[in-house]
Every structure is written in C-alpha cells, then in structure tokens.
Ligand binder design. Sequence first.
Ligand code: ADP
Ligand code: MG
Length: 258
Amino acid sequence: MVELEEVRLQLVELGLTQLALQLEALLERAQKEKQTYLSFLGSSLERELAFRQERKIEVKFRMAHLPYRKTLAEFDFSFQPSIDERLIRELAGLAFLERKENLLFLGPPGVGKSHLAVALGVEALLQGIAVYFTTLSHLLEDLKRAYKENRLDKRLSLHLRPKLFIIDEVGYLPLDHLEATLLFQLVSSRYERGSIIITSNKGFGEWGEVMGDPILATALLDRLLHHAQVINIRGNSYRLKDRIRAGIYGTPNSNSSG
Ligand code: ADP
Ligand code: MG
C-alpha cells in the first residue's frame, strides 16, 4: 500500500502524529461504519486534538511536581467530620483561583492536609491550569540557592507563573532569618496575583516562633490571610486509623466507652 505509506508520511510532516499512527484503524472504522468523507475527516481530527489536549495536561502534571496524584474521590469525608465537605467541593470548582484567594489547611499530622491540597491541585491541572507543588524546605533550598547566585528576582517571577502554588509542611522546621525573609518575599510577590495553598501543623499564634521573628510573621500573615479561607482540621490521623481501631492507640472516646 504505497498510497497509505505516502499519506502517513504526509501526516507526520504536518505534525499530525496521532493520525499517522492510527490511520489504518481509522480507515477501517470509517469503512465499517460507512462514514461520509466529512465525518471521517471530522472524527480523525478530533482524535488528534483530544490527544494533544491530553498531552498538554500530562506536561502540566509533570511540571507541577505533585508527590502523588490523589483525588477528592479518594478522600473519606466521613473519617474527618471536622472538614466541611460542601466547602471542599465548592473549592474544587476553583473559583478561588480566579479570585486569587489563598487556602490554608491547618491541623495535626495525618488528618489529610496534604491529600486535600494535592487533590485541589489535580482538579486544577485537569482544567489545564498550571500548578506548582513544593514542600517548604524544598522551596527554601531553591530560594536560598537563587539568592546566593544573585538571581532571586528571576526565581520569584518564575514562581509567579503557576496559577496555583502549593507549599506543603509549613511549621515542621523553624526558619532562620534568611529563610523567613525569603518566604515572606515569595508570599508578597504572589499577593493578589496568584493563589497559594499552605498546609501547616501550627496555629497562627505559633508562626512567630516558627519564623523566628514575630514582626515578619505578622506581616506575612497579613498578606497571606487578606484574601484567604482557613480550613482547620481537628481529628485523628488517618495513618493511625487501623491501629486506633485495633485499640493499640487509645482515643478519649474509645477509653470512655471501654
Ligand atoms: P497530613 O498532610 O495532614 O499530615 P496526609 O494528607 O498526608 O496528612 O494524610 C496521610 C495519609 O492518609 C495519606 O496517605 C492520605 O491520602 C491519607 N488520608 C488522610 N485523610 C484521609 C481521608 N479522610 N480519607 C482517605 N485518605 C486519607
Ligand atoms: Mg502533610
């Protein structure tokens, strides 16, 4: 089939690689379904466009550096009744990104803060929205390197690109003065320009201590919380749920109910 090979090469030359790959299958189906010329052309181009869209999203997923791809569907709201499921579902509509609002997930370890932050990131990525995920310690390493190499401004403007910037694990480690200043600069540069999601095991009252500078912490919280929603999660760690059930870890309830 010289003609088929020729067409395939032409498709490749035009950059229609999916069409080139699937040409035989598409032709076969067209014959079987007795498609009109127009519907054959239409469905073939649709296939190419759908593939390109998927590939674009896949590239965005890679650039987002999510630690894993967990979704809201995988989140068991019945396990964590302190979370307002309706609010989370509304957030998944992503209007907060348009309003450049920030989200803060606060609570003890294992209650699902990172899972929810990632799941909202996944929602955004599926809509083709650029996301960047980092832990605070990675972010600070990154900003410190840029600072020492005199390219902090460039780095900060790069971090303005994603519409959603997720900083996981704020509060686990105390910051030195340079680190606190760098975090403040990042939050300031995205202020009213792009949303940040932060997860933290510390209440706001403790941020002064974490940042080693109460005045800087106040200035940072001022910007962070001006347009923000705070989701306080109280409850047991999901990581320990099986052990709690098995009675290895006591909870106040399990103790009193014997
Ligand atoms: P945190 O960031 O608050 O410490 P994570 O989000 O890392 O907690 O949750 C710990 C683990 O438990 C993760 O694997 C997460 O997917 C899972 N997890 C936490 N809460 C829930 C939940 N309500 N339903 C399903 N999985 C959960
Ligand atoms: Mg976490």
